[in-house]
Design a protein around this ligand. Sequence first.
Ligand code: SF4
Length: 332
Amino acid sequence: MARKRVFSGMQPSGEAHLGNYLGALKRWVEMQDEYECIFCIVDDHAITSGSDPAELPRNILDLAVSFLAVGLDPEKSTIFVQSDVPEHTELAWLFNAVTPVGDLERMTQYKDKAQRFESVPAGILNYPILQAADILLYRADAVPVGEDQRQHLELTREIARKWNAAYGADLFPEPEAIIGRAGRIMGLDGEAKMSKSLGNTVGILAKPDEIWARVRTAVTDPQRVRRSDPGRPEVCNVFALHQHFTPPSVIAEIDEQCRTAAIGCVDCKKILAENIAGAFAPMRERAAHYRSHPDEVRAILDDGAARARAIAGETMREVRMRMGLEWRVALD
Ligand code: SF4
């Protein structure tokens, strides 16, 4: 039986960070044996957040290196850059025909982002249409999403339904959500989701001393002011991060020792930093290889784009035909 097809994308903001890894990449690596996976570096999406043209090419390559370093395997999965497959933006434009503006204005992310602009760029509003095009171009069966992307996926399903109804074809499936297990990964500030723009991250390819320099700044239980104060692991983000990197028996010890002030936050963070550095060591090695062989990375992305275009081309032929855009063929 054919494996289900999964599509997922990530914006290129350079080297991936711990939040990207725990929230998405770790799961993507696991999914490669179960699904036919298509992984995309979504640079067309990045321009809606005002990405710097001087930095974007380097950020694309750095994210590709991160993809390969964590274990995304070009033999198993299709890995490519969105703008190398222009069908994404073409399909997004055609989906404008079946997407009510009201649906876009209702999106929570749009409302949040729009507040940051005096004059809101249309790309911020239309962003979920491009996401729908990304997914439906490959007629993906499923999409790994975090809770904050559920609403956009529901809109994708709605666009698929509307397009199928308008053009009399069951071309697009309604993709299912694969909800990640990691939940929301909070940044080192303990306040906001881990995000490069907020500077609250740890790079997955950072060296051990760099990891320690970042982890030592992490906010802990705010009520634990002095070393002798007992702590509350359940409100501490360092403790939450331990869940992903530290063996359960050690976590149980930290839990007990924190509550009785037998361990200080600095020592607790040192354990976390060492465990993160240990977990990411194989990735640093793989990244070093790809960084010194950028032509290999380019070849992988070129091959991925060619494979993606083969699927995208088939979908677009059918879409154009149904929408009356293959006019020469229709008139023959
Ligand atoms: Fe958090 Fe560890 Fe400090 Fe307890 S000892 S408050 S778990 S950093």
